[in-house]
Each structure stands twice: as structure tokens, then as C-alpha cells.
Design a protein around this ligand. Sequence first.
Ligand code: F6P
Length: 542
Amino acid sequence: MTFNSLSPSPTSLPAWHELLDLKESILEQNILELFNRNPSRCKQLSIQHDELFLDYSKNLVDGQVMTSLLALANQSALSAHTEAMFAGELVNTTEQRAALHPALRGKAEDNYTLNGMPVHEQVELALSQVSAISDQIRDGKWLGTTGKAMTDIIHLGVGGSELGPRMACQALQAYAHPDIKMHFVSNADGAEILSTLKGLNPETTLIIIASKSFTTEETMLNAQSALNWLEAALGLSHVQSSTHVIGITANRENALAFGIDPSQILEFQEWVGGRYSLWSSIGLSIAICIGYTNFESMLSGAREMDIHFKTTPFERNMPVILALLGIWYSNFLNAQTVAVIPYCERLTLLPDYLQQLDMESNGKSVSLNDEPLDYSTAPILWGQTGTDGQHAFFQLLHQGSHLVPLDFIAAVNDPLSNEKHHNFLLNNLLAQTSALMIGQGDEGRAAHKIYPGNKPSNTLLMNELSPKNFGALVALVALYEHKVFVQGSIWNINSYDQWGVELGKQMTRKLLSDDSALIKAFDPSTQQLSEYIHQNTLPSSE
Ligand code: F6P
């Protein structure tokens, strides 16, 4: 049996029709009323996993809706899909690849296999390289060509090859090495890489080129600029093979062809999707920043979420519950977007990270069998940290015309803050979730002072933003990884490919070719804009 033959269309399932029937009546319900009707609601609609607490009681759902959502999960191929994914089957059907990222944080006893062969040894080998190299760099034993230890690490990559490490290093800055500064450059915008290089000492700078394919054009462009800078400053002719350059890739051949020294190529496998690669050798920068032991804690926090997802009945399973609530709002209550609001400035990149994870995975319009869908899939995911967001888009959340289900996230303890600030921050979160739900009625007020309320949200609390909880948070990433998987499974789509990004890449190549025949094949607007840029480009100062 193949992965795609397992799946029914969700719209063919009885539970889908039950949910359609429940839609009208739920829109007449008031969430606050639902608390009054069921005194155990809070308790029933909350889940504790390890040091992560989810309260989903402020959602526009009652017992009947939850029963039908769980029935939808049961009637779908979710259990079979989950088994297939954890068994290393080719769940990425268009590329004929497995999606075994949980194996990256697995232990030997988890017995992850691919084609019947255990993968743990491969994982261990990669991790031992990450451990050895990160230790040497952190201990000042990884020396540049002039014999000096590294003080600055520039991680070059884009999407899954950069966002995860950048987010983790930012989130876990309390654990960062005091004498090593991490820099991340992803954008092809030259101002980023050139301004990063300015002011750094090439003798003590290490460039990490992270790319699964080792062909991604913006990463290669940034890498070339960084290498030119190193080469000129150090007077070396083949700097890419020096100790100033490390390559991380699933395509060793390409990294070798690029000229990186074989001992400085860290590998991961094709079965690790780019946006799921934070846990692989791609995480080297995290290990350099917070130390390998802390990196390992992250892995074990995420592993606990894998176990939770694999073994917990759907009704107590955090990823499943979050996924079902998401489906309820998108497919039945017509929400077009969802927002993630972390009340922690160090998680400012979390919405960006989850955006790639969710929208690149589930922004699809064809089924696993390559047939067009007649229902919506991933909503638009966006967000910003609180309290800043409160002074920007919260107006729309409270009084605007769109339904935006929200995920609020916070750490109960923050060793980097103090009681006064943290208390203020957390109480803002609580006040917002409550105000959104309760609203403020008419009672003789002018219309602009009325808050309709009944706006749903989830609240996720971690005990503290430590590597393990970050793993549990990235088990909010692992949690969101599985949530995305559950939704993809019920929507009957391939969550692991990303064909939608290819066309734009091909067209960029055509425009860059300077081949007038290729450019003339573009639409009139694009030709006009290309011409305008051409005519108004100032002579380069280089
Ligand atoms: O363009 C999309 C994408 O392929 C992402 O899925 C991936 O994370 C990113 O580009 C970077 O790819 P690579 O790691 O191969 O450089």
C-alpha cells in the first residue's frame, strides 16, 4: 500500500458533514456562555505535556464540535499516515522521499528505519561531528589560517537552512557563548552580507554555508561575497578549503565541487526536509552558540513531543487538537488567516519560522493523488510579539471584520527579565485573551466603544525558555511540525514538497540571463519594469 492510497478526501467523511451542520449553531454561541454551561470546560479543554501547558478552552467549540472534530481525525487516514511517517515510508510522494526528521532527535531504542535499515548510526555520526566541531570552536581550538581562534560565525543559508538556527540562537541568547558572536545572513540583498562583513576580523571569522541542495542561488551568492572578502583580506587563493569555511549539506558532491575541505563538510540526509532540518547538522550554529549539551537538551525536548504525538490518544494529543481547531476555523468558519503572538521578544522569529513551516508545507491545492481540491488548505500564518503587536494590529483583532484564531505563547519564568516586567508582560497576554473573548457590550455605549468579543484563542505556556523547553517549544516547533502534518494528512495533501517555489526561481534565471529573447517572452508589465530598472541603474561603484 502506498501513502497516497491510504487517504480518503476529508469532504467524503461523515464527520465533515456533521461539522458543516454544526457550523450555523456554533456561530450563535458565546464562548463565555459555554464556560457557564460546563463548569469543567477549563480543565477539559487544557492539556499538560511536560513543561508545556495548553489552554484551548477559549475556542468557539462545544462538546459536539470537539466530538465531531475528533471523529474527523479518526475517520481520516491520520493514524495510518502517522505510522507511515514514523516508519520511514515515502510520505513525500512527489519526490519519493521519507520525512524522518523525528529520527534526528530519536534515541537508538526508537528504532527509526529507512528501507528496513536503522538510521540511528547515521544520526549519531552527524551529531558527533556537530559536537566535536562546536566544542573546538567554543574552546578556542578551531584556528584560522593565522592561528587565531574564531570570534565571529556567519551562518549563510535561507529558509529551513537558516531560519531555525537563527531563531534558536536568538531565543536562547541567555545560554550563548560570551566571546563568540553569531551572525545570520539569508537575503540576497547585498546590503546584508556586506554590512555584516564590515567591521569583522577575517582572521577570526568562520563562514558556515548551510544548504541542503548546495545550489540555492542566494546562499551561493552570499557565500561568494564572503569568500571574496576572506580571500582578499587573508591573501589566500583557495579560501573555501581553509578552516574559515564549513559546509553543511545533503549534497556532499556539490559541496566538494565548491571546494570545501572534505573534513569540513557536515552532512544530513535527503529524508530531512529543509524546513525540518533545525535538528540536523544544520543546527551546528546552535551548538556553537549554546554548547552541544544544551543542543542535545533541545533534541530531547523535541523527542518527548514526538513520543507524546505518537502515543497519546487524539483527545489529549496537543498537535492533533491544535490541528483540528485549525481545520474547524479554516474549513468550516471560513477564517482566512491565523496569528501567532509570542509574549517574549526573543521569540520574535517564531512567527516567521512557523510561517515557512506551515505555509510551505500545506499551502497546496492538489491532493496526494495530484487531483485539484475543492476545499481550502493552510491559512495565512502571521504574527508578531506582544506587547508590540497590541499597538499595531490588535485593533483589527478586537474590532475588525475578520475572524483570526490566535495562538498566544509565553514563558511563565524569564531569568533574563525581572518580576516587574515579566508580571506586566504576562498579565497583558491574559488581559488580551480575555478581552478578545469577553468583549464589551452595548450598555448605552457609542458603537465604536463596543467590542464584539467571542474571538477565539489558544494559550501555550512554557515554564521557562530553556533549551529543553525551547525543544518543548520547538516541541512547539515539534508540536507545530506535527500539527502541520496532521492537517496535511486530513487535507490529503503532500506536506513535504514545495513545488510552488520553483517557477519564480526559473523566471529569475531567465531575467538574469540578459538574453533578450528570453526577456521578450515576459509579460508587458515585467518587460517595462525590467527596462525601467536597466535605464535607471547607476554605474556600479565596485
Ligand atoms: O525555496 C524553498 C527551499 O527549497 C526551502 O524549502 C528550503 O528550506 C530553502 O529553499 C533552502 O534550500 P537549501 O537548503 O537547499 O539551500
